[in-house]
Design a protein around this ligand. Structure first.
Ligand SMILES: [Zn+2]
Length: 302
């Protein structure tokens, strides 16, 4: 079984937060959970856990950040609801909230009972309705308690996030203004998450293909027509992925332990050398910021 970590009592996470998080690590992360997987995870357990009372928290090896509260202090609190902001899950408790990030390899499960924790299970919260467990072999994920969303640590993690693409708040004028103010290639701007959150590597390639935009074009050069196509494509691609149960990942599983299916219908991602589904031209692969980008040189001419 797990051993309670001694470092959990302190609230020391805020001071030492590097700026690289929550942005995507720069390499080796083609399989990391993206927004649809996180949303599918949320839907998989949000209703079941709402109202549950925490009976105990057990930690495994250190995750990306300390929990920020003594695990025993969480016992007795209720889980009010589960929200999502970008790739963070926000578990509102009767006092404070838990910010959960799946990192590069994390997955959550919630079930009435689970088998004994394994070597890669690093957070487990028992409630009177079931056990919530974070499985994270690479341990880039995190579970962090904060007293509220105005707490410095919460603002640090959530404050720089761009618009939520699946919400009504994903305003086109603001999106276009954000692109116009950027100096990078459009794919890089999407990945950075400051204009719009949650468009990870796979979905950026898919959305740019759907909008017929070359991934290398400077974002500032996109006029209203192309930006409007991209705005719509981002919503469509992400919404479809959520409907299909998330992606993609070799080891992704949602809160029920079922694999997602989006990869089966990716139209350009991962299809280097295969004929474009629209025109038959072989799909090309290029590297942008050490990430793989797939595009059709004919359909995405500029
Ligand atoms: Zn094509």
């Amino acid at each position: 079984m797990h051993i309670l970590r001694r470092a959990e009592a302190g609230g020391t996470a805020a001071a030492g937060l590097p700026d690289i998080w929550p942005r995507a690590p720069r390499s080796g992360c083609e399989g990391m959970p993206e927004l649809p997987e996180v949303e599918v995870t949320r839907r998989g357990f949000a209703d079941a856990i709402a109202g549950a009372r925490v009976t105990g928290v057990v930690l495994g090896k250190p995750l990306r950040w300390p929990l920020g509260i003594a695990p025993a202090a969480l016992a007795g609190r209720r889980v009010l609801r589960v929200r999502r902001r970008g790739k963070y899950l926000l578990l509102d408790l009767s006092e404070g909230l838990l910010l959960v990030h799946l990192g590069m390899s994390g997955s959550l499960r919630f079930a009435p009972a689970l088998p004994a924790a394994g070597a890669h299970d690093h957070f487990e919260m028992a409630t009177d309705r079931g056990v919530l467990r974070l499985h994270d072999p690479r341990r880039f994920g995190a579970v962090v308690w904060v007293p509220g969303e105005e707490a410095p640590l919460a603002r640090k993690l959530l404050g720089g996030l761009g618009a939520e693409p699946l919400s009504d708040g994903f305003d086109f004028a603001a999106f276009h203004a954000g692109l116009r103010a950027s100096r990078q290639a459009i794919k890089q701007v999407l990945l950075a998450g400051r204009v719009v959150v949650g468009v990870g590597n796979i979905y950026a390639s898919e959305a740019l293909f759907a909008a017929r935009i070359r991934p290398t074009v400077p974002a500032a050069r996109l006029g209203a027509a192309r930006a409007l196509r991209l705005h719509a494509a981002i919503r469509e691609v992400l919404a479809r992925a959520v409907e299909r149960g998330g992606s993609t990942l070799r080891d992704f599983s949602d809160a029920q332990g079922d694999a997602g299916h989006f990869q089966l219908e990716a139209r350009v991602y991962g299809r280097e050398g295969q004929p474009c589904v629209a025109c038959g031209t072989p799909v090309r692969l290029l590297r942008q910021g050490q990430r793989s980008t797939f595009y059709c040189p004919h359909c995405q001419r500029r």
